[in-house]
Design a protein around this ligand. Structure first.
Ligand code: DX5
Ligand code: ZN
Length: 216
């Protein structure tokens, strides 16, 4: 199975965002990954809903929205209004994760739970059968272009094992530090979906970069 590719527009040129969205539209990308930050959960701020309204309008690919914010449940209506397919919330940001996952589903979106590099896969044991996807961070969230944290490959293997023993159908997505080299190892370990920011938008030919990731 070819991996699902979700280019992260965090690394796009915001002055010409429509151009980059059109590029993604015309590429072999499956989704478009949208990173929302609040300067509290992560030490950076990206973009908010007034900007994303236009991203959603131009994108022909389903939106894979990644909220790096505290209390992400407050924004379920806003994410839904964008027409998002997937809403990723952080395990570390949700003391009542089970409730948030149900709320996302009730809103008509696919719930995904994200874990930071220091959060063990074992913490997902009691939510794995309720989520559409798990997003494993390959870097500490907040910035594009960071170095891949190696133990993420082992975490993909552990998550694949957890999915097997629990009979879950959750997809495994990895975000941060993904390029052709790390991507190949992640897919080999059992990842279904790859987010890529820098590896796509800093490439001389982003469409070719997406194609190369798709064909890993
Ligand atoms: C990091 C974001 C990522 C980021 C990945 O906090 O969640 O989606 O855009 O960027 P790269 O692929 O450059 O590591
Ligand atoms: Zn992300």
């Amino acid at each position: 199975m070819k991996p699902i590719i979700s280019p992260s527009i965090l690394s796009a040129n915001f002055a010409y965002l429509a151009n980059d969205i059109e590029m993604v539209n015309g590429s072999e990308a499956d989704w478009v990954h949208i990173d929302i930050m609040d300067g509290v959960f992560v030490p950076n701020i990206s973009f908010g809903f007034p900007v994303l309204k236009y991203v959603a309008k131009f994108s022909e690919k389903p939106l894979d929205v990644h909220l790096m914010i505290v209390q992400p449940e407050k924004f379920i209506p806003e994410v839904k209004a964008l027409g998002a397919r997937i809403m990723n919330v952080h395990y570390e940001a949700c003391p009542h994760l089970h409730r948030v996952v149900q709320q996302i589903r009730e809103a008509g979106m696919l719930p995904a739970v994200t874990i930071n590099p220091a959060t063990p896969v074992a913490m997902l044991r009691d939510i794995i059968n309720d989520v559409y996807m798990v997003l494993l961070m390959g870097v500490n969230p907040g910035f594009g272009g960071q170095k891949f944290i190696e133990h993420t490959v082992r975490k993909v293997c552990e998550l694949r094992e957890l999915i097997t023993v629990t009979g879950s159908e959750a997809l495994i997505e990895v975000d941060g530090g993904v390029n052709l080299e790390t991507g190949a190892r992640l897919v080999e370990a059992g990842a279904n979906a790859l987010v890529a920011g820098n590896a796509v938008f800093s490439a001389p030919d982003p469409v070719a970069a997406i194609r190369a990731l798709k064909n890993l």
